[in-house]
Design a protein around this ligand. Structure first.
Ligand SMILES: Nc1ncnc2c1ncn2[C@@H]1O[C@H](COP(=O)(O)OP(=O)(O)OP(=O)(O)O)[C@@H](O)[C@H]1O
Length: 692
C-alpha cells in the first residue's frame, strides 16, 4: 500500500499498523527461540552421560544455548522498545531537500529507529541518528548534518512537531522556528512528576550541541539552576551509547551523583530512551568502599554540612585539610617515606639470595616509577622469576606467599591510617586515635586526604579500568583534592556539570576556574545561562537572593512568590508555619502532583515531617502513599508531599515548594540553602521564616 507520508495522521495509522505487525513477528520468533532453548536443555539432560569424554559436544551445546539466549534477549529488548513506540511512535519530522535534488525527503523522528524489517530503510529515525540533528539545530532554510561519510548539505523545506498519546494524534503543526516555544511552554507548564522527564521532543540548540559533542575528552558545563544540566548529561549518555555501540556499553559508564534519591529521580530516563540503566554512586560511598581495608567507617558530606549549620562556632579543619598547602605538605611527607619507611636487608630463600645492595638498586632505580607501597612487590616478583628460571620450576602459591612476605617485611608499616596519622602529627595537627581497624572512623575532613595518600602510595585500583565515561553531577560540591583523586582514578572521558551558585559551602566555589589546571587542555568549558525550570517570578526572586544578574529566563509566568515570617518561640512558630503550609498545600485532584517542604537541618526536617504527617493524617490526607520524609538513607520518594533538607533536595524539583528556615540563621550557608530551596519550585514558591 502506498502511503502519503506528508500527512502525519495517515502516517501514524500506517506506522502503527507496521509496528503491530513487527511486534507480532518478534513475539513469534521469541516463542520459537524459547522452544529451541528448552529443546537444548532437554537434549543435554537426556544425553549428557553419553557425551564425548573430552567435553567437545557439551561445549558446543553450551555455546549454541548461550547464542540462542542472547538472540532472544535482544528480541525481547527490541519488542519492548517497539511497544513503547506504539504509544507515541514519533514526535518530529523534517522535510529535507538534499543538495542537487528537487523533492524533499521526509524523515520522521522518534525515540528509536523503526523499519518494517531489520536492514530496511527506517520509517522512523532515532532522535540520535545523524539526520535527526537537523530537527534540533535548524529552522526552515539551508541546513546540514554530519553523517559517517561527511557533511550532508541541503535545505529544510518544512519542520513538523507532533504530540501523540496512547497512539492517538493530540496535535500536529508545522513550525518554521526551531523547537517551538509553545510546545516547550506546554512541557514546562505541565505538572511535575516524581522523576525527571526526558526532553527529546524539545531539546534546544545549545543543549543539542553538548549532547552530540563527541570530540572533547572532558566537557565541563557551568549551567544556571534549571538550565537542564542533568537532563543533558543523561541524554548525552544515551547519545554516546547509540553512536559508539561497539566500544561503549552501559557498564562502562559511571555517574557520580549526590545521593541515592537523586539516582532514583533520574533512573527512568535511560530506559525510557531504550537504553539500559547505568551505575551511579555518590563520591562519599565510593571513597568509603575504597577505604574499607584502611578504616571501618567514614563520615559523609552531610555530617560536615550539619556540623557547619548547627555548630558554626566550632572551628573546622575541613578547608585547611583540603587545601593546596596541605597537599603540598603531604607530598613532602611522602618523599621522606621513601627512606624512612624502609628497612632493607638480604633475602635468602633456599640456596638463592638477593643482596641488600641489589634490592636497593632495584627499588630506587629499576622500579622507581611504581608507587612506594606497591614497589617491593615488583622487587619480589623479580626475585621469584629468577629463582623459577634457575631451578626450572614454578613456585606454588604457598612458596610465593612465603617469599613475598620476606620482601614485604622490609616496610616498617604498610598501614595508610598509621602513616596519615604520623603525617598529621608532623604538621602539628592532632593524630588519629591508635585503634584497631574495626574501631577506626574518619572525620569528613580526613576522608579525601587519606584516600589521596592511599592512591599516591599504592597506585590506581585497576578495578576502575572498565570505566570509559565518567559523569560528575553537582561539580561545585567537589573540592580540588577530590578532582585530583578523580583524575588519578579515571583516566577516561568525562562530562562534568554543575552550578557555582548552588555551592554548599559558605562561599561559591568556581570549579570551572580551577579544573583546567587539573585536567589541562583536554577540557572544553561551556556556560549555559538560560533557565527552564522556574516561572519568571520564581527565578527572579531566587536570583535576587543569590545576587545573580546574568540569567536568561524562559518566559513562563505564574503566581508571585509568597514571603511570610512566623515570629515567636522556635517550636511554636514552626508549628504555626506548618499549619499555614497545610492550608496552602495544593495537592488535591486537578491540582499539583508534587510539593515539598524544604528545611535547613536534618533535625528540623525530621521534626517538621513528624508534625506534618500527624496533622495531615488527621485531616484525611493519604500519608501512607502520598507523603515522604527524605533523609540521607532514603532511596526513593513518591508523588505528593516531600519533606526534606535543602541539601538533599538538590537536583530535584517540585510543583510547589515551601522553604522553611529559622530567621535567625543568616549565615552564608543558610543563604545558599534558601537559594537551593527556591530554585526547586516549578510553579509556586512560598518562602517562610520562623522564630526570632
Ligand atoms: N529542552 C528542554 N525541554 C523541556 N524541558 C526542559 C528542557 N531543558 C530543561 N528542561 C526542564 O527544566 C527542568 C530543569 O532541568 P534539569 O533538572 O536537568 O536542570 P539542572 O540544570 O540540572 O538544574 P539544577 O542545577 O537546578 O538542579 C526539568 O524539568 C527539565 O525537564
Amino acid at each position: 500500500m502506498a502511503i502519503d507520508n506528508r500527512d502525519g495522521e495517515a502516517f501514524l495509522t500506517f506506522v502503527t499498523d507496521k509496528l503491530k505487525t513487527r511486534i507480532a513477528h518478534i513475539s513469534e520468533s521469541i516463542l520459537e527461540g524459547q522452544k529451541d532453548i528448552e529443546g537444548m536443555h532437554e537434549y543435554y539432560w537426556e544425553n549428557y552421560t553419553e557425551m564425548d569424554q573430552y567435553g567437545y559436544e557439551n561445549f558446543d551445546n553450551q555455546q549454541a544455548l548461550l547464542h540462542q539466549i542472547n538472540a532472544n534477549e535482544q528480541q525481547i529488548h527490541l519488542r519492548k522498545r517497539f511497544r513503547k513506540m506504539l504509544d507515541s511512535p514519533f514526535f518530529g519530522r523534517v522535510d529535507f531537500i538534499f543538495e542537487g535534488e528537487y523533492e524533499p525527503e521526509i524523515f520522521y523522528i522518534g525515540i528509536g529507529n523503526f523499519a518494517e524489517e531489520t536492514g530496511h530503510t527506517p520509517l522512523i529515525y532515532d532522535w540520535r541518528a545523524p539526520v535527526s540533528g537537523l530537527f534540533y539545530d535548524y529552522d526552515k532554510g539551508p541546513a546540514s548534518y554530519e553523517a559517517p561519510l561527511g557533511t550532508i548539505t541541503g535545505e529544510i523545506a518544512s519542520k513538523w512537531q507532533y504530540k501523540i498519546r496512547n497512539g492517538k494524534m493530540v496535535y500536529q503543526f508545522e513550525s518554521d522556528v526551531k523547537i517551538d516555544d509553545e510546545i516547550l511552554m506546554a512541557e514546562l507548564g505541565s505538572g511535575g512528576s516524581v522523576a525527571l522527564k526526558n526532553i527529546v521532543r524539545t531539546i534546544q540548540k545549545e543543549q543539542n550541541a553538548i549532547i552530540r559533542n563527541t570530540k572533547d575528552k572532558i566537557m565541563v558545563i557551568q549551567g544556571a539552576a534549571g538550565s537542564g544540566k542533568t537532563s543533558i548529561a543523561l541524554h548525552r549518555i544515551a547519545y554516546l551509547l547509540y553512536h559508539d555501540r561497539k566500544n561503549l556499553k552501559s557498564s562502562n559508564i559511571l555517574i557520580l551523583s549526590p545521593n541515592s534519591i537523586f539516582s532514583d529521580y533520574i533512573s527512568h530516563i535511560l530506559p525510557e530512551l531504550g537504553e539500559e540503566n547505568i551505575r551511579e554512586m555518590s563520591f562519599d560511598l565510593f571513597a568509603y568502599k575504597e577505604l574499607k581495608d584502611t578504616v571501618s567507617d567514614c563520615e559523609d558530606r552531610y555530617d560536615q554540612i550539619e556540623r557547619s549549620l548547627t555548630m558554626p562556632d566550632v572551628p573546622s579543619l575541613y578547608k585547611e585539610k583540603q587545601s593546596r598547602e596541605f597537599l603540598n605538605q603531604m607530598e613532602g611527607y611522602l618523599t621522606t617515606l621513601e627512606d624512612e619507611l624502609m628497612n632493607f636487608h638480604d633475602v635468602e630463600y633456599k640456596n638463592f639470595t638477593r643482596k641488600e645492595e641489589e634490592i636497593i638498586e632495584l627499588f630506587y632505580f629499576k622500579f622507581q616509577d611504581i608507587p612506594l607501597l606497591s614497589r617491593m612487590e615488583a622487587v619480589a616478583e623479580n626475585f621469584i622469576d629468577e629463582v623459577e628460571t634457575l631451578r626450572d620450576s614454578d613456585m606454588d602459591e604457598e612458596e610465593r606467599a612465603f617469599v613475598m612476605e620476606k620482601f614485604m617485611g622490609m616496610y616498617e608499616t604498610r598501614d595508610v591510617y598509621v602513616m596519615y596519622s604520623r603525617f598529621l602529627e608532623s604538621c602539628g595537627y592532632p593524630g588519629l586515635p591508635h585503634v584497631q581497624l574495626a574501631d577506626r572512623r574518619l572525620s569528613y575532613e580526613d576522608v579525601y586526604p587519606v584516600l589521596y595518600m592511599k592512591y599516591r602510595l599504592f597506585g590506581q585500583n585497576s578495578s576502575h579500568n572498565g570505566i570509559k565515561h565518567l559523569v560528575v553531577d553537582e561539580m561545585q560540591d567537589y573540592s580540588r583534592l577530590q578532582y585530583l583523586i578523580i583524575k588519578m582514578m579515571f583516566p577516561c572521558r568525562m562530562t562534568i556539570l554543575g552550578d557555582k551558585a548552588q555551592t554548599m559551602e559558605d562561599e561559591n566555589q568556581d570549579v570551572i576556574g580551577f579544573l583546567p589546571k587539573i585536567f589541562g587542555k583536554d577540557i572544553r568549558r561551556i556556560v549555559m545561562n538560560k533557565s527552564y525550570r522556574n516561572t519568571v517570578e520564581i527565578a527572579t526572586y531566587a536570583n535576587h537572593l543569590a545576587g545573580i544578574t546574568d540569567m536568561d529566563l524562559f518566559e513562563r509566568h505564574g503566581a508571585p512568590v509568597e514571603e511570610k515570617h512566623f515570629p515567636g518561640k522556635e517550636s511554636q512558630s514552626m508549628e504555626q508555619a506548618l499549619d499555614e503550609i497545610i492550608k496552602k498545600l495544593e495537592l488535591g485532584e486537578e491540582q499539583f502532583e508534587t510539593a515539598a517542604v524544604i528545611l535547613r537541618t536534618e533535625g528540623e526536617a525530621k521534626k517538621a515531617a513528624g508534625i506534618l504527617k500527624e496533622k495531615l493524617a488527621a485531616a484525611g490526607f493519604d500519608t501512607e502513599n502520598r507523603f515522604s520524609y527524605l533523609h540521607r538513607d532514603s532511596t526513593s520518594f513518591c508523588k505528593g508531599l516531600t519533606v526534606t533538607t535543602f541539601y538533599l533536595a538538590k537536583g530535584l524539583e517540585f510543583d510547589q515548594v515551601f522553604s522553611l528556615f529559622p530567621e535567625a540563621d543568616t549565615s552564608a550557608l543558610a543563604k545558599q540553602g534558601r537559594y537551593i530551596a527556591a530554585t526547586r519550585a516549578l510553579h509556586k514558591l512560598h518562602m517562610y521564616e520562623y522564630g526570632n
